[in-house]
Design a protein around this ligand. Sequence first.
Ligand code: GLA
Length: 338
Amino acid sequence: MHAFESFAPGRVNLIGEHTDYTGGLVFPMALDRGITITGTLTQGHVSAVSSNEGEPVWFVLPVDDPASVTPAWGRFLAAAAKRADTGRGFDGRIDTSLPTGGTGLSTSTALTCAALLALRGDGDRLELAKMAKAAEQDATGVQIGIMDQIASLCGVAGSALMIDCHSLEITPVPVPEGLEVLIVHSGQRREIADSAYSERRNACFAAEGDIGPLRCASLAEVETLTDPVIRKRARHVVGDNARVRAMADAFTADDLRLAAQILNEGHRSYAEDFEASTPMIEAVIEQLIVQPGVLAARLTGGGFGGSIVVFAEQGTDPHVSTWWSRATPSAGARIDWR
Ligand code: GLA
């Protein structure tokens, strides 16, 4: 029968935004919230219902073009099946403990990784992450980096992961005990394919055409870029690479004030140089930052909507009208065969 329950978590990125696809550094942590698929393996088709989505998905294998599957949420399952390339499918039910769609907390990655674990079986987690990234690119047509998939598949309980997206070396860094990490929805939904993600990515590669890999570039080299917009985008990326190391060091030294300062600096860079924020997000951050116990706040994820990551003193409850949750640094995906 091969019945299974597959769970893959979402993630929150603490710092290092739009750095992964140029081989830079990121600092995400897997959440204790994610996607669960409960099902039975099949040969030759996938059928799935989701507690969140009205319309069920059904398609036969092999899938030629995952991006043409309808309803659209099924594209991640189709792309996972295509990349898994085992001929296996499943009859399954999908449940989520993440808020729905456009949250910047990697819901689509969690769905893709949970499906891949079932269709491909567990194994080398980095190889699965590469496969999941390729699947998501097939499903959306957006050339995302590998941060979200590594966070979801390789998460370590109690730690954030410093990931070098060039070497794929992962360094778990314990999150200080006195630090409360919160995730707050900005109220602004966005899908990555409809956002300026790809335009920002192109700007980063344009900068690399002039000064070489941004992961090796200095801020002085960035200042030699003649196009003022490309220069700002590159300044953000080079700055965030340095901020990842600085925040990992601040965590190790248990220096919450410094970690908070880096988070705030990261937001200013993301909002002003990368121009990835919006008036609605800025309004929520302004409201958060003055509240008792709140140390710092930053837009997390691909930008232009989604969620805000907040550093706060233990036990702080934010006063916001949108969805929020405490973020517990958690282990990566798991599959149980029944
Ligand atoms: C999205 C992408 C990631 C990464 C972030 C921005 O989450 O999927 O690969 O580029 O945006 O840091």
